[in-house]
Every structure is written in C-alpha cells, then in structure tokens.
Design a binder for this molecule. Sequence first.
Ligand code: HMG
Ligand code: MG
Length: 302
Amino acid sequence: MSLPDRVKIVEVAARDGLQNEKQFIATDVKVELINRLTAAGFANIETTSFVSPKWVPQMADATQVMASIQRNPNTLYSVLTPNLKGLEGALASQANEIVIFAAASESFSQRNINCSIAESIARFEPVAEQAKQAGLLIRGSISCALGCPYEGEIAIDAVVDVAKRLEALGCHELDVADTIGVGTPNKVYEVMRTVTEHIDPAKISGHFHDTYGQAIANIVAALNAGISIIHSSTAGLGGCPYAKGATGNVATEDVLYLLHNMGIQTGVDLDAVVDIGQWISAQLGRPSFSRAGNALAARKAG
Ligand code: HMG
Ligand code: MG
C-alpha cells in the first residue's frame, strides 16, 4: 500500500494533554494554547471536554474556554461529550464536532464512563441523534484498541464491533486509540487492516499514547495500513485519568518532523509548534517530552 500524500493531524494537547494535570491550569493558559495552535494551522483541535467536573476537574472550565478562544472558520473545534448534558454544553458553546468515547474493553468502559460498552452505546444514541439534527459532526473514539490497563489483550473483533456501532450512530470519523501505548507496529498494522475491512480507511484515525516509546513506529505502521488521520499532542502532553501509568500522546513535533521529512503534507507549521511546545512546557514547569521539539528548539537557540 502506498503512503498518503497528506495527513490530517488532530491536535489533542488542550484536551487529552491537559486533562490529567494535577494542578488546575488557568483558563487563560488553555485559551492561549488553543489560539496559538489555531495560528499554527491545525484543521482540527480537540479543545475541551464537557464531562463531570467531579470526574475530570481539569476540564471544569470548558464553557469559559470555548467562549474565549479566537476561532478560525477553517478549523474544527471538537469537544468530548459523554452524555446529553455534555451535548448541551457543546451546543451552547458552538463546538463544530462532538466526540463520543467508548472502549473496546468492558473494565475500562466502567472506570472511564461508569457504564458497560452496551450502555454507553445506548447513552450515545440520543446524543448522536440530537447532534445530527443540530448539524454537528460526530466522531467516535475507541479506547483500549491495542490493549487495556485492566484486561490486557483485547480481541480485534471487539474493536471492530465498537467501531461498527459508533459508525451506525453517525460518526464520520473513528479513532482507534492505544490508550496505554502498548501497541507495536505489527499489531497496529493488523488492527488497522482488520478494522478497514469493515469501515472506509478514510474514516479511521490513529490515536497513540507513547508510554512505551512505540508511537512513531506505530504511526508508520498505521500509514502503511492506509490510515491518513493521526492524533498528536504538542510537547507530548497527556494521559488518561482512568489509565494509570499511561503517559502522553505522541508529540506533535515528532509526528510533523516524521511526516514532513517523508514528503507527507500536513498544512501545519512545525516551527510554530516547536515554540508552542516549549512555551506550554514552561507554563507547566517542566521540559517538553518531544524529542524533535527539544532538538529543533536547541538548534534555533543556536
Ligand atoms: P456518573 O457519575 O455515572 O454520572 O458519571 P451521573 O449522571 O450520575 O452524574 C454525576 C454528576 O456529574 C452529576 O452531578 C451530574 O450532573 C454531573 P451532581 O448531581 O452529583 O452534582 N454530570 C456532568 N457535569 C458536567 N458535564 C457532564 C455531566 N454529566 C454528568 N457531561 C459520566 C458518568 C460519563 C458523566 C462520568 O463518568 C464522566 O464525566 N466521565 C468522563 C471521563 C473522562 O473524561 N475521561 C477522559 C476522556 S476519555 C480519554 O481520555 C480517552 C481518549 O483520549 C482515547 C484514548 O486515549 O483511549 C479519548
Ligand atoms: Mg487519549
């Protein structure tokens, strides 16, 4: 299979990247992060989550964040919505896309959204219906597609099954997520090839956490399997509160460095993202997790 000429990056630092931070990050910092990401050229920015603040306190300012960002009409601003209450927030704040998030693992579904996989799909039905009526795009995320922190191995059939159910709800995009970063290239290739036997590859994205340092290799495997949408997080920020020990998403700087040097376009300004990665890491009081980001920043500093 030939590699794509162009890859769409879904930038998730403001949501997946920040949701696990213990200290509350000022709303102004979140807003500046999103504004700078918008200026860097991302076509899709995961902005915040309309979830229970008891479950994820860091996202409690979702309404204020959405009200304060400067939007580019060519950028999609996505928000996570686990239920109808979340959808209300998404509609009131004029999000472009909602993300309904399910799992291929029963145990993870319980820990993350407090219900079984089947219950979650039933809960998403009215959310998707009302979102469609309001003209919102709907994306579906499938956690633990490459392994689960509670159950270990996950059958590929379980991933395919959830993907089909989310597609039936009207999702235009489906995220195959390696929540805890345990995947390796052969497995990623197999999962992506199997899922794309059932669903158009143009609808499938790869969402890789980099816990075991495999994410860049996994992205190459996913591209070889026909995938052309990749999620990443500036400075490699991130982790799921319900996946203990899982570290951040693959760093956007590393992904852009990889893709651009492979001759694959993204429409994103790597140089700008390097600066954003250094800036947000300084805001959080630690070095960036991005290897390419740090190397390029050092080169710039001369
Ligand atoms: P629950 O406790 O079963 O729900 O939580 P509930 O309906 O009983 O509500 C409990 C309280 O939350 C109530 O407040 C509700 O009003 C409130 P109280 O009456 O006690 O004061 N509530 C809400 N508040 C604001 N917005 C809402 C909302 N819903 C209820 N939307 C629930 C169920 C799904 C709400 C909860 O489990 C939850 O919010 N979970 C979110 C978990 C989460 O955000 N996880 C991280 C994102 S997923 C992820 O990171 C994975 C991903 O990156 C892919 C990958 O890497 O795998 C996408
Ligand atoms: Mg994630």
